[in-house]
Design a protein around this ligand. Structure first.
Ligand code: BES
Ligand code: MN
Ligand code: ZN
Length: 500
């Protein structure tokens, strides 16, 4: 849960308490409104900057407690660097970075949305708020005690100061950002939640809450999945006490009858590996093996909450991969919904089995313009790309290019990896149409080749988010284990290309 952050916009004004945040460039220059606000402390700021060797470099900050002549308890002057360094000025990151300088116990923060170059545009001011909110997120649902010194304010009121004429425009811009922020928070919460609480049925229940946002939600239980013939998916879940589910979410914000776009998520609520059981070290991380499904739920929320003008299908396959007397065995052969048969070589390669049936179902039933699936699919993608880029695999150059651009714009970056018939051959099986692993080499690629056998001709992209969806490095806008990766990326893809 985000430690309730309330965000508002108001004309530039001196707060009567709390933390005041202002920006200066690498010449220690403030914008005119900021200079006026800080006038009583101007001398002290100069002396403190000199004493602290603060030069306004991007990412640096000067903290002054009890600033002269100001009512704020603390003044944070954040450097934005040189004017010609646009990267240092990304307002989302900037908002996150300054929020990171605020002590956790503070309940009031005022940010002056002005740089040395002048007042920030309403969109940029709203972006500051998005960054601040994402940075302030903490998952503390299961903390019943706080250590001394770690106390946190129950809620934080953040006021972003903009020029008088821009207040309404900033609020409007914020209503869009708020939808996105809430979607990211939703995804993070789901990933952070432990698997004893968030089993497939509970996950489906939480997805059902999207109905409040105007999304149609359909939950398919095991009986319905059996009728559809989703035996690849059901085989993964058959060793668990918990039942499997598929959830279909539909947002129709576009023209009636317009072909939808589709997003599909891997929702393995816990992945023990099954009979091909995983080693104990770090197995607890496998509570996050539903990061793809979490992203789809968060994305659907974001799109509905900002009333995106597009028709969208979101589909998630929810299972728990457990070893028991009824669990699937290596050597078993299952018939997928597509009719293609699969020999199970390793029960730990379960994500592709789940996605195979959901991809096929969505492709055939909804005939979408394109499908993007997200999955914490392979450890191999972490070996290949580390935790900075998600792996992108696609049968469509245009979709790939758009995803790559959206990644650069949002900082949720993707790197395209190859697909080719030579890799596809590696999953041919002696006994069935295919096997579920392709050997040691190119593990992320053979996993993607497997998925491709279930998309037919539909334009499709697969994002392997094993490295980016959880336990990824801390950034200015994320300190949470579950990052919510993909929500901002795909929201951007939709906003830039698929809304009329
Ligand atoms: N959920 C894992 C992949 C994973 C690993 C995600 C580490 C996040 C962090 C997936 O189901 C899996 O176990 N993949 C196997 C595939 C192998 C058996 C072919 C893997 O990556 O080792
Ligand atoms: Mn696995
Ligand atoms: Zn898995």
């Amino acid at each position: 849960m985000s430690g309730a952050l309330k965000l508002g916009f108001a004309p530039f004004a001196m707060p009567s308490k709390g933390v005041l945040i202002a920006f200066c460039n690498s010449e220690l220059k403030f914008g005119p409104a900021t200079r006026k606000l800080l006038a009583p402390a101007a001398d002290q700021i100069r002396r403190a900057a000199a004493a602290d060797h603060f030069t306004g470099k991007a990412g640096s900050a000067l903290v002054i407690v009890a600033p002269d002549g100001l009512k704020a308890a603390r003044l944070i002057v954040a450097g934005t660097g040189k004017a010609d360094d646009p990267k240092a000025q990304d307002p989302v990151k900037l908002g996150g970075a300054v929020m990171g300088r605020v002590p956790g116990r503070e309940s009031e923060v005022t940010i002056v949305a002005e740089t040395a170059d002048g007042v920030m545009k309403p969109d940029a001011a709203a972006d500051l708020g998005l960054g601040a909110l994402l940075r302030a997120y903490h998952f503390s649902r299961y903390k019943t005690k706080t250590k001394e010194g770690d106390e946190r304010a129950k809620s934080v009121k953040v006021t972003i100061g903009v020029s008088v004429g821009d207040v309404a425009a900033a609020r409007k811009a914020w209503s869009q950002r708020e939808a996105i922020a809430d979607g990211v928070v939703m995804a993070r919460d789901l990933v952070n939640e432990p698997a004893n609480i968030l089993h497939p049925e509970e996950f489906a229940r939480r997805a059902q809450a999207l109905r409040k946002a105007g999304i149609a939600v359909e939950i398919l239980d095991e009986k319905a999945l059996g009728k559809l013939g989703m035996r690849a998916l059901l085989g993964v879940g058959q060793g668990s006490e918990r039942e499997s589910r598929v959830v279909i979410m539909r947002w129709n914000g576009g023209k009636k009858g317009d072909t939808p776009i589709a997003f599909i998520g891997k929702g393995v609520c816990f992945d023990t590996g099954g009979i091909s059981i995983k080693p104990a070290a770090s197995m607890e991380d496998m509570k996050g093996d539903m990061g793809g499904a979490a992203c789809v739920v968060g994305l659907m929320h974001a799109l509905a909450a900002r009333k995106a003008k597009v028709n969208v299908v979101g589909a998630i396959g929810l299972v728990e991969n457990m070893p028991d007397g009824n669990a699937q065995r290596p050597g078993d052969i299952v018939t997928s919904m597509s009719g293609q048969t699969i020999e199970i070589i390793n029960t730990d390669a379960e994500g592709r089995l789940v996605l195979a049936d959901v991809l096929w179902h969505v492709a055939k039933k909804y005939k979408p313009k394109f499908m993007v699936d997200l999955a914490t699919l392979t450890g191999a993608i972490i070996v290949a790309l580390g935790q900075e880029y998600a792996g992108l695999f696609s049968n469509d150059d245009k979709l790939s290019e758009r995803l790559t651009k959206a990644g650069e714009a949002t900082g949720e970056k993707v790197w395209r990896m190859p697909l080719a018939p030579e890799y596809d051959k590696m999953i041919d099986s002696k006994f069935a149409d295919m096997k579920n692993t392709g050997g040691r080499y190119g593990g992320s690629i053979t996993a993607a080749q497997f998925l491709q056998r279930f998309v037919d001709k539909t334009p499709w992209a697969h994002l392997d988010i094993a490295g980016t969806g959880m336990g990824s490095p801390s950034t200015d806008i994320n300190r949470s284990w579950g990052s919510g990766f993909g929500v901002r990326l795909l929201n951007r893809l939709v906003a830039d290309h698929y809304e009329k």
